[in-house]
Unconditional design. Sequence first.
Length: 147
Amino acid sequence: MRTLGNILWHIPFLGFLSALATFLVGGLLVITVVGAPIGLGLIQLSKFLLTPFSSVMIDKKNIKSNQNKLWLAYGFIVRIIYFPIGLALAIVNAFQVVGLFLSIVGIPVAIVLAKSLSTYFNPVNKVCVPTYVANEVVSRKAKGRIA
């Protein structure tokens, strides 16, 4: 079913164009070095947009990756500067979600894209992982809360 959803996303709804545009914007931001945290997040988002039914966007802190404290502080500063751009991208994505909801066939795709709204708004320190990895992260968090 996930494969069918990914095919549906690419063929009639041209999802690969969204992935390509996001990748190019992310690449340009990485080249500027100043926008590298945002660019890296947008490149991860473009990987998500290639297979939105088979992958999930999560924070890097959820997978326990050790990051440099200076990089995290710099990412926070860049996130503040990126706020107006992220807001505009999230609004454009919201219009895309509404348009997909209007077509009956696009409802499953719209639900998946609605999940990516937060990443458009704040792509810093996000990573694209397969669905089974995200399910395991959620399971471990639940076990941690119980214990």
